[in-house]
Design a protein around this ligand. Sequence first.
Ligand code: ADP
Ligand code: MG
Length: 140
Amino acid sequence: MALQRTFSIIKPDATKRNITGAIIKKLEDGGLRVVASKRIRMTREKAEGFYAVHKDRPFFGELVDFMISEPVVVQVLEGEDAVARNREIMGATNPDEAADGTIRKEFALSIGENSVHGSDSLENAKIEIEYFFNDKEIVG
Ligand code: ADP
Ligand code: MG
């Protein structure tokens, strides 16, 4: 076990439905601490850069359009094994496959509009945190 930081986004389907608090409660109840947070509207350029790894996937255009359709809340989460813990609390990408009690099982609308993003590795967590936050914005 190690103290880690990971990157989280509360996605447009969730900000639109005013359930950011319910999602943060799940993260906190799961043992994660919000050490940085801001509500932003992503630009198309920022969203395309963030999801560049998926640029050849058929859903890329739809994903970018979705991510800029409403505000998002970007966060840095800290805790023991935060990267894996956050993915556990989030649940599977497709809400139909997500375990009971997970954010995506309870709140996601579809495989695309699935309420949250979470980094998939410690290496990507560092890259994603730096893509949205500077050091002074993270207060542990
Ligand atoms: P995760 O967010 O669980 O890490 P991926 O990295 O595979 O999942 O995909 C990134 C995001 O792209 C997903 O969270 C979802 O919003 C969207 N997405 C993934 N697969 C599909 C799909 N088949 N159709 C539409 N959108 C998708
Ligand atoms: Mg992913």
